[in-house]
Design a protein. Structure first.
Length: 190
């Protein structure tokens, strides 16, 4: 993933041809395909940034060994499309294509900003966490009926609700040890 992203301006290619070569034009004629949308998915870049950081922290005895992976994760995080709500997909130049906002991308944004803050101590990640938390509070949390709204359009109008799995994780990961799995971190914190 790091290699693919690094050679693609830190946007992760997700579609491949049968010979495993990249298919960057997959669904160019059906950009909003539900399962194989065209372009890059910033939320996946954010999620991979967290997963890579957690893997690195759990795999190396010190930050020196983990540092190249944390650096890559920081590049993935920085490559988000520049909007706090994160457009669902962008083209390969970063222009939003599917501008809907998905709750899971915000949950991952909370998780990743907290994980990168824990790994680096960089204040900007604490600030990003606060910014994402404010957006979630103002637009994604259903304060009347509970839960989170699953999907918003580019103007933050609600388009539906879904399960709470990503939202629930975002109430745990930011407060637990990023060097171990969620289950182990919860057990250790008990």
């Amino acid at each position: 993933v790091i290699g693919w992203a690094k050679h693609n301006e830190w946007r992760i290619p997700e579609h491949f041809k049968s010979d495993w070569s990249l298919d960057l034009e997959c669904n160019v004629d059906k950009k909003d395909d539900q399962f194989k949308p065209y372009g890059a998915t910033p939320g996946h870049g954010i999620e991979w940034a967290r997963l890579i950081t957690q893997w690195a922290l759990s795999s190396f005895a010190n930050l020196d060994g983990a540092q190249p992976y944390v650096d890559a994760a920081e590049h993935l995080f920085a490559r988000a499309d520049g909007t706090v709500g994160l457009a669902y997909t962008t083209d390969w130049n970063g222009k939003p294509v599917v501008t809907d906002r998905m709750h899971w991308t915000l949950a991952e944004s909370l998780n990743t900003s907290a994980t990168l803050y824990a790994a680096t101590g960089e204040e900007m990640y604490a600030n990003w966490y606060a910014t994402f938390a404010q957006y979630v509070d103002e637009h994604v949390i259903d304060h009347e009926s509970g839960s989170w709204f699953h999907q918003l359009d580019k103007n933050n109008h609600v388009m539906g609700k879904s399960d709470l799995y990503p939202a629930f994780q975002s109430t745990l990961i930011p407060f637990l040890d990023p060097a171990v799995s969620i289950a182990t971190a919860v057990k250790n914190a008990a």
